[in-house]
Design a protein around this ligand. Structure first.
Ligand code: AMP
Ligand code: ZN
Length: 113
């Protein structure tokens, strides 16, 4: 499959890895929008939240466990952070492999839309 993030997981395209286990891969966003901007992605390809169902949703809770762990390690757990997943064109999704942005290290804008 011609998917950028599947290629990052396989190592075909380089990335700055932050964390990896059997279910997820986390790496620094190439165009950071905050001092801390990490992407957490399931290793199994799902295109977006639209693909989440009762058979595969366990990985989502795991993503949030990893987000909490990385927030502590990256020093933003106490100051605060945001975890965001854009789904589809109105949300501005540009890479169609489900991913969660972990953003922090500065006061983030309050506006959500
Ligand atoms: P979204 O707009 O929610 O689909 O987010 C996609 C994100 O992937 C953007 O923040 C991009 O900066 C990021 N991105 C695109 N290509 C790469 C890459 N090769 N390595 C790291 N991050 C990337
Ligand atoms: Zn993929």
């Amino acid at each position: 499959m011609d998917c950028l993030f599947c290629k990052i997981i396989s190592g075909e395209i380089p990335s700055k890895k932050v964390y990896e286990d059997e279910k997820v891969y986390a790496f620094y966003d190439i165009k950071p929008m905050a001092p801390v901007h990490v992407l957490i992605i399931p290793k199994n390809h799902l295109s977006s939240i639209n693909d989440v169902n009762e058979d595969n949703s366990a990985v989502i809770s795991h993503v949030y466990e990893v987000a909490a762990k990385l927030a502590k390690e990256l020093g933003i757990a106490e100051s605060g952070y945001r975890v965001v997943s854009n789904c589809g064109s109105d949300a501005g999704q540009t890479v169609f492999h489900l991913h969660f942005h972990l953003l922090g290290g500065q006061k983030l804008k309050v506006e959500m839309c």
